[in-house]
Design a protein around this ligand. Structure first.
Ligand code: GLN
Length: 501
């Protein structure tokens, strides 16, 4: 079934090419979907990206696309394209676990807005993919359902918390995936899996149905193999939603058009001085420098910019995110959702709640709930949470000052390539350092993209592009031009070099 006379390697097509072939009647949506399902059957025992595959639902959605195409209906630019959905977004017809035991077996009664928009765009949702429990982590090792492996080297982590999303796309199980990013969880997995990943401007994509980790930081966005594919997916999910009070009522930036412009002459690019040096792998720095060089060759004006408060971003994040999570996760009280333990007719509500949370949450979630409860407690609130909020303001001001001088900022996406599975599980602080470069954009709310920069000892690393809030199109403008230049230099897209599985 995977073999198709015109497209023998259907699963390697970009989303744009898949949709174009379907629209032209050269490939059916059912064939594209079946090819993805066959690929999952072949490689997912090794990769473990998927927690739930909805083969029947996916094929039914694909059949509907084929029928409507045959009837002459005009279809959208992603109609019939398969997608992997991070298991932190609700979908009516699938379980939602957030990578946690506490939600095992729970079915949401409604679709997240991102999911209803995907359905409206006729994107075929293949199923739910793995993640660090409640999106807390950088390796997907905090999933209660076992780790996902990096397709480039299956002894290594695929990044996190959207590791299942990234691994599925890098392993050619789907051309597209949805991830979420609170401190880097789309961009860091994209970087270490050789993909394009975008955290949209906070408020640009609805959080309705996105199970909250840290509500003031969480944002859903696209993972894809090309900048154009990411733009098409971004455009499909973005836009105002009255169901999310933090969704902003402004027009969606013209991301698809920007991805295709391929002209950065005269554009001002700032290299962030603070996101380099000690702790950064020399290979990462070299790949980053080469990508910046390519931007110069394309006619961009590159300058160095200082953002002095970025050095406090990680510390501020690890007060704000746990504080918000301690409050958000209070809803898992054994009464309303999922697991309930110790309800023997004798134990009181508090006892049931405590037994359920003890067994249902993993160690990282507990660590953060305790941290956040402490940081918010009376007597410590001003010293910790209040202070972190002040630092957050200073970081936003650093961005604002920088964007008076430049159009976009750039840095490496991560300090190192993918690390071996197991190597940081016992050292939370070492794990937290994975997000050194990505956290500032979450704290300030602006959009940011990770784009493949090159390989370091056979492992992908990324360049991060950051833009002011609501200028998401600038990421795609720079990303599209740089991708074209880097692909031309190596003769093909980076992900084409991923080892066969
Ligand atoms: N790795 C970071 C954390 O553990 C970011 C997670 C995320 O973006 N969801 O909090």
């Amino acid at each position: 079934m995977t073999d198709h006379p015109t497209f023998p390697d259907v699963v390697r097509l970009t989303a744009a090419a898949t949709a174009a072939a379907i629209a032209a009647g050269e490939l059916s949506a059912v064939e594209a979907t079946q090819a993805a399902l066959d690929r999952i059957a072949k490689v997912d025992d090794t990769i473990h990206a998927f927690l739930h595959v909805d083969a029947e639902g996916a094929l039914a959605a694909a059949r509907s696309v084929d029928e409507r195409r045959a009837a002459g209906e005009a279809l959208g630019p992603l109609a019939g394209v398969p997608l992997a959905l991070k298991d932190v977004l609700t979908a009516r017809d699938m379980p939602t676990t957030c990578g946690s035991r506490i939600l095992e077996g729970w079915h949401a009664p409604y679709d997240a807005t991102v999911v209803s928009r995907l359905r409206a765009a006729d994107v075929v949702v293949l199923g739910k993919v793995n993640m660090d429990e409640f999106a807390m982590g950088s390796s997907t090792e905090n999933s209660a359902y076992g780790p996902t492996r990096n397709p480039w080297d299956t002894t290594r982590i695929p990044g996190g918390s959207s590791g299942g999303s990234a691994a599925a796309v890098a392993a050619f199980e789907a051309p597209l995936a949805i991830g979420t990013d609170t401190g880097g969880s789309i961009r860091q997995p994209a970087a270490v899996c050789g993909l394009v990943g975008v955290k949209p401007t906070y408020g640009g994509v609805s959080r309705y149905g996105l199970v909250a980790f840290s509500s003031s930081l969480d944002q859903a966005g696209p993972l894809a193999r090309t900048v154009t594919d990411a733009a098409l997916l971004h455009a499909a999910i973005a836009g105002h939603d009255p169901l999310d009070s933090t969704s902003v009522d402004v027009p969606v930036p013209p991301v698809v058009e920007a991805a295709g412009r391929r002209d950065v002459r005269g554009l001002r690019v700032g290299v962030v001085r603070e996101l380099a040096g000690e702790g950064y792998d020399p290979g990462v720095e070299a790949a980053f420098a080469a990508a910046v060089e390519a931007l110069t060759e394309l006619g961009a004006e590159v300058v160095e910019v200082s953002c002095p408060h970025f050095q406090y971003a990680l510390a501020a994040y690890y007060l704000i995110a746990p504080s918000e999570c301690s409050s958000n996760l209070a809803r898992f009280d054994a009464m309303r959702f999922g697991l309930r333990l110790g309800d023997d007719g004798q134990a009181g509500a508090e006892e049931v709640m405590s037994r359920t949370r003890e067994a249902g949450f993993g160690p990282e979630v507990k660590r953060r709930v305790i941290l956040g409860t402490y940081a918010l407690s009376s007597g410590y609130y001003d010293a910790y949470y209040g202070q972190a909020q002040k630092v957050r303001t200073l970081i936003s001001r650093d961005f604002a000052a920088a964007f008076e001088r430049v159009d976009v900022l750039v840095s490496p996406t991560t300090p190192t390539p993918a690390f071996p599975l197991g190597s940081k599980v016992d050292d939370p602080v070492a794990m937290y350092l994975s997000d050194l470069c990505t956290i500032p954009s979450n704290l300030a709310g602006g959009p940011a993209m990770s784009l493949p920069a090159g390989l370091v000892d056979g492992l992908p690393v990324g360049i991060q592009i950051m833009a002011p809030p609501f200028a998401d199109d600038r990421l795609y403008l720079v990303g599209g031009a740089l991708e074209e230049a880097l692909d031309a230099r190596r003769g093909h897209p980076l992900v084409a070099e991923a080892p066969a599985l």
